[in-house]
Design a protein around this ligand. Structure first.
Ligand code: F6P
Length: 328
């Protein structure tokens, strides 16, 4: 028989993302609304293993909806990857009387949750929080929209200096295995070329596009490179290779790095996180487990957590085509 849910545990895990705090606020407040206790664990699964926890209530999450990062901190726990680590975590959950978990993070977080729930009896619901947007079962992950806006703002500024000096800029953006940030921010900022892991168009094509651009009167150009791109060259090697082939270009490299993960969440991410946080608690109270909440066609839906990990969130090929047309 299912045990009633009186206490919910919550973590933020993996790479932090703007809007994770808004999700924590929503989880804590939904718990208060439904008269359920809420316990947050610090540093993701590591805090669960160490029993490093804090009680969350409506007041303790005030004024965090606008804050980047995560008040619970985040980590990628190596120990939780082991059976022994998960056993320790489960023992702490039982000691604290936790009946169910809300897991906020990306695929690593969800894989950890599935392993825990395979070995121990604990209901889990996942909330997708990562700037990479690389999770199936949702059109948008928490933090992605904010990261896009950050990247577009940075590239706009780079374009100012690039055009003042007639330079070619290679801008590396995050996305370990996925090109969502590169493609969407690249189109949004008007980049000449966008290199993403999902579609390796090759360096020769890039050189051809740049050559054509120069011939048609372009003085400066922006190439957005996803950190996971498959050219086999890192962004510095790529810039060196291209300028050897095209010595008429004065090239610079800008790696945007972790600034893409910080900052106050956009309104979209705050609203998304608020909806997902409330629904995650409601799904648990309705007896659901091993599901992820997601946004599909404007509605909050659930996807089987294992499917969300296994399936891939496909890149929008049409947007790639549009980007090629626009870089003429
Ligand atoms: O998963 C999100 C992400 O920001 C990736 O885009 C990036 O490759 C990675 O995390 C960086 O991780 P870390 O902060 O551990 O260097």
């Amino acid at each position: 028989m299912e045990r009633p849910i009186r206490k919910i545990g919550v973590i933020t895990s993996g790479g932090d993302a703007p809007g994770m705090n808004a999700a924590l606020r929503a989880v804590a407040r939904a718990c208060t609304y439904y008269k359920v206790e809420c316990i947050g664990f610090y540093r993701g699964y590591q805090g669960m293993i160490e029993g490093d926890s804090v009680e969350l209530n409506s007041r303790s999450v005030r004024n965090i909806i606008s804050k980047g990062g995560t008040i619970l901190k985040s980590a990628r726990s190596q120990e939780f990857r082991t059976v022994e680590g998960r056993r320790k975590a489960y023992e702490n959950l039982m000691k604290l009387g936790i009946d169910a978990l809300v897991l906020i993070g990306g695929d690593g977080t969800f894989s950890g949750g599935v392993a825990l729930s395979n070995e121990h009896d604990i209901p889990i619901v996942g909330i997708p929080g990562t700037i990479d947007n690389d999770i199936a079962g949702t059109s948008s992950t928490i933090g992605y929209d904010t990261a896009l806006n950050t990247v577009v703002e940075c590239i706009d500024k780079i374009i100012d200096t690039a055009s003042s000096h007639n330079r070619l800029f290679f801008v590396e953006v995050m996305g370990r295995d996925a090109g969502f940030i590169a493609l969407n921010a690249g189109v949004g900022a008007g980049a000449e070329e966008i290199l993403i892991p999902e579609e390796n168009l090759g360096v020769d094509r890039l050189i051809e596009t740049l050559r054509k651009g120069k011939r048609s009167g372009k003085f400066s150009s922006i190439v957005v490179v996803s950190e996971g791109d498959k050219t086999g060259k890192n962004v510095f090697e790529l810039a060196e290779y291209v300028t050897k082939e095209l010595p008429q270009f004065d090239a610079r490299v800008s790696v945007l790095g972790h600034m893409q993960r910080g900052g106050s969440p956009s309104c979209f991410d705050r609203v998304l996180a608020s909806k997902m946080g409330v629904k995650a608690v409601e799904f648990l109270l309705d007896g659901k487990s091993r599901v992820m909440v997601g946004l599909i066609e404007g509605k909050i839906v659930t996807t089987d957590l294992e499917q969300a990990i296994k399936n891939t969130h496909d890149i929008n090929k049409e947007l790639l085509r549009i980007s090629n047309i626009l870089s003429v």
